[in-house]
Design a protein around this ligand. Structure first.
Ligand SMILES: NC(=O)c1ccc[n+]([C@@H]2O[C@H](COP(=O)([O-])OP(=O)(O)OC[C@H]3O[C@@H](n4cnc5c(N)ncnc54)[C@H](O)[C@@H]3O)[C@@H](O)[C@H]2O)c1
Length: 267
């Protein structure tokens, strides 16, 4: 964990555990899909399967929201979408800045999923003077010289860092000094931030490494299986499809389909 990183209590001030908060986006994604198909109600079991979590855990999570469903009917999909969106703070617009508009930053800027989830890309910032003024996803890139002014003018509280690792801490420091209190870091480095600033990092290569670990275990199991026929001692079964420790579904005892647990983790 980064030195000086915010230490959040395991339970948020409103009494919702962090593990529950981390699962809310999974429920919301599953519920949004149901809503798009005009499904009016859903049982806890169906929703748990769609979200890739254990249904008892889901019911416990929803009890923190004061949502208990109706016996024999289930949960009202639209109301639950509203409740979870409100709890996650998604009923308001969150302006976001992306710093580092290379391959990844441009891909993020072009990703339509932010806007539909309440995150408006307010500005794109890059240190390369040659990029200044060039539109990416319809937004002109602005130079890092303008960073503080951009954040102030747009009331931005969430920053996305997509710079090379070597520049990330310095970018982070400037973002924080300018008033940013939440950072999503894609650069492969651990950021140090003062108390009160939340950092989440995304590292797809770590996710791949975890998959590689399981592939290796599976391959080992297969070869052991062959030996088994020749009289070898059977191995303990490999745990199916586990996530990164601490992920939203990590303690659920069962996992959903690929991609259910976001490749995002606390810094
Ligand atoms: N987390 C992941 O899963 C993941 C996946 C891909 C890439 N990455 C990381 O994302 C980062 C960007 O990757 P990329 O392929 O887009 O690189 P890139 O070289 O295409 O883009 C980096 C951009 O950052 C800009 N930049 C450099 N220093 C800066 C500074 N101080 N302030 C503002 N902008 C600055 C550069 O001008 C460039 O436009 C790298 O750190 C890379 O390792 C992470």
């Amino acid at each position: 964990m980064a030195t000086g990183r915010t230490h959040r209590p395991a339970t948020r001030s409103r009494g919702i555990p962090e593990a529950t908060v981390a699962r809310l986006p999974l429920y919301l994604r599953a519920l949004t899909a149901l809503s798009e198909r005009s499904v009016p109600t859903v049982s806890s079991e169906e929703l748990a399967t769609a979200a890739g979590v254990n249904s008892a855990k889901l019911r416990k999570d929803f009890s923190y929201l004061g949502s208990y469903g109706t016996r024999g009917v289930g949960y009202d999909v639209e109301y639950l979408v509203y409740q979870i969106s409100r709890e996650l703070g998604l009923t308001q617009d969150w302006p976001v800045v992306i710093v580092g508009i290379g391959n990844l930053g441009a891909a993020l800027a072009n990703y339509g999923g932010f806007a539909s989830r309440g995150f408006r890309v307010a500005a794109l910032i890059d240190a390369d003077p040659a990029m200044a003024g060039k539109p990416v996803a319809g937004i002109p890139v602005q130079h890092t010289d303008e960073l503080e002014k951009i954040i102030e003018d747009n009331g931005v509280s969430i920053g996305v860092i997509a710079t090379p690792a070597g520049a990330a801490q310095q970018v982070c420091d400037r973002l924080v000094a300018a008033g940013i209190t939440s950072i999503l870091n894609f650069a492969p480095t651990v950021l140090s931030v003062p108390d009160g600033v939340d950092v989440r990092k995304v590292d797809l290569s770590i996710e791949l490494q975890i998959l590689a670990f399981h592939e290796q275990r599976k391959a080992g199991e297969e070869s052991t299986g062959h030996e088994e026929g020749a009289g070898a001692v059977p191995q303990a079964p490999v745990a199916p499809h586990r996530t990164t420790a601490g992920g939203p579904g990590a303690d659920s005892g069962r996992q959903g389909p690929d991609g259910d647990v976001p490749a995002v983790m606390p810094a």
